[in-house]
Design a protein around this ligand. Structure first.
Ligand SMILES: [Zn+2]
Ligand SMILES: [Zn+2]
Ligand SMILES: [Zn+2]
Length: 168
């Protein structure tokens, strides 16, 4: 068996739209976890890979279905949900509440708030990190004396490809 080693390359482009090779992002996740002493087990890594390969918000049952074809023993929903919880706690995955689906975070090395634009026509999502939004929300939280545990902003609409294809 030949092991292809992919080097993680932390992204330095503040305007990056997250167009990275899945294998590189998974390698980055592995190095982030090992630096933090967190266990990115085989299953957790595989789920992250599936989310990167899918490239759009993916439901837990779709993941279970995909794993069914490659794992010797069946993997139950609780196991998958626990793995997703771990990936979210490490900032590697975000949950898109409006879709009840999960998406790989483009830049876990930055630990920024994630801003998602979701297409209601094709289901694709684009992720941005916008410092202005982050600062506004931090200010608002401070006014309320609020401690923010998790911040994912979801914007629903029509993506550029669907607009070009005639959807509105
Ligand atoms: Zn990037
Ligand atoms: Zn993100
Ligand atoms: Zn679309």
């Amino acid at each position: 068996m030949t092991l292809v080693t992919v080097e993680p390359r932390p992204c330095a482009d503040p305007n990056c739209r997250g167009q990275h090779a899945p294998a590189e992002r998974v390698a980055l996740a592995m190095s982030l976890c090992s630096a933090r002493g967190a266990q990115l087990t085989e299953l957790r890594r595989r789920i992250l890979e599936l989310l990167w390969e899918s490239g759009r918000p993916t439901g837990a049952y779709e993941l279970i279905e995909a794993l069914k074809h490659e794992e010797a023993r069946p993997i139950g929903p609780p196991t998958v949900y626990r793995a997703l919880e771990f990936l979210m706690s490490q900032g590697l995955v975000s949950k898109i509440e409006s879709r009840n689906a999960y998406v790989a975070c483009a830049h876990p090395e930055r630990r920024r708030d994630c801003l998602f634009f979701i297409c209601s026509n094709c289901g694709a999502s684009a992720e941005l990190e916008d410092l202005r939004v982050e600062e506004l929300l931090a200010e608002d939280a401070a006014v309320l004396g609020y401690h923010v545990a998790r911040c994912v902003v979801e914007v629903e609409g029509t993506c550029v490809a669907c607009i070009a294809a005639g959807a509105s």
